[in-house]
Design a binder for this molecule. Structure first.
Ligand code: SAM
Length: 235
């Protein structure tokens, strides 16, 4: 799978693929990255890529020409490229999106800077628009990486142990039950005793119960959905 980043600051993104799981995925040829800087496509003689907002307003906006040049080229070369704009105004990015998008052959992330991107570029090129939360960051590089990382884990072969994908938070809309490792007692705190008894059926049932409790406590919004689904399944 190929990830293409359109960004004024490729140096903020590329080191992330130089270590750990994503480096291994790149080395194995499971994922590939490439970078385009809109500044390399500007026809402005001072290499500008931003201009004041039309109609007034604080801050600059990325103007259409350089982004149109780079995104037009990408789309002509691969009409199947799926173009994502991270924006605070987008729909919330979720685990179901990460799973769905892992089947694409190429995903393009367009990082905004300044006060964002001229809306006409979004209208012309966006296949999807995602927000990573209700706060404003200085640019789209972190959101692009967040989304890319979450998708990459779902590309077959990227994780050493694929089973972990099925036991994580947000599977069946639940948060993961508490997890422990050695030692069995740490600072006077013991792991849950049932986990030590080796009865996998009982451990599984307990984990499900703890998952529900944890979701109810930390994410009542998700818990309500699980409850509704549960009662519909029983009908
Ligand atoms: N003026 C814009 C607004 O109010 O929606 C915010 C622009 S922000 C300073 C610059 C860029 O950062 C955006 O174009 C987008 O690419 C990225 N960005 C900032 N916060 C984000 C978020 N919560 N989710 C996704 N992208 C975000």
């Amino acid at each position: 799978m190929r990830f293409t980043f359109v960004t004024l600051f490729p140096q903020l993104i590329s080191p992330y693929f130089d270590a750990s799981i994503l480096k291994r995925a790149v080395d194995k040829g499971l994922i590939e990255t490439r970078f385009f800087n809109p500044r390399d496509f500007t026809t402005d003689k001072h290499l500008k890529v931003d201009a004041p907002q039309t109609g007034g307003g604080a801050g600059q906006v990325m103007f259409p020409q350089p982004l149109d040049a780079v995104l037009g080229k990408i789309r002509r070369e691969n009409p199947k490229a799926h173009i994502i704009f991270p924006m605070p105004a987008g729909k919330p990015f979720r685990q179901v999106d990460a799973k769905r998008l892992a089947a694409k052959e190429e995903i393009v992330f367009v990082s905004g800077r300044y006060e964002g991107i001229d809306e006409r570029i979004v209208e012309l090129y966006a296949d999807e628009i995602f927000s990573i939360g209700d706060y404003i960051l200085t640019g789209g590089e972190l959101p692009s990486l967040v989304i890319c990382d979450a998708i990459s884990r779902n590309v077959p072969g990227v994780l050493g142990n694929e089973a972990s994908l099925h036991e994580e938070s947000f599977e069946s809309s639940l948060l993961e039950a508490p997890t422990f490792t050695k030692p069995n007692v740490f600072h006077n705190l013991s792991v849950i005793k049932e986990y030590l008894k080796g009865n996998h059926g009982k451990i599984h049932a307990l984990k499900r119960k703890l998952s529900l409790k944890k979701t109810q406590y930390f994410r009542p919004d998700l818990y309500e959905k699980v409850k509704i689904k549960h009662s519909e399944d029983k009908k």
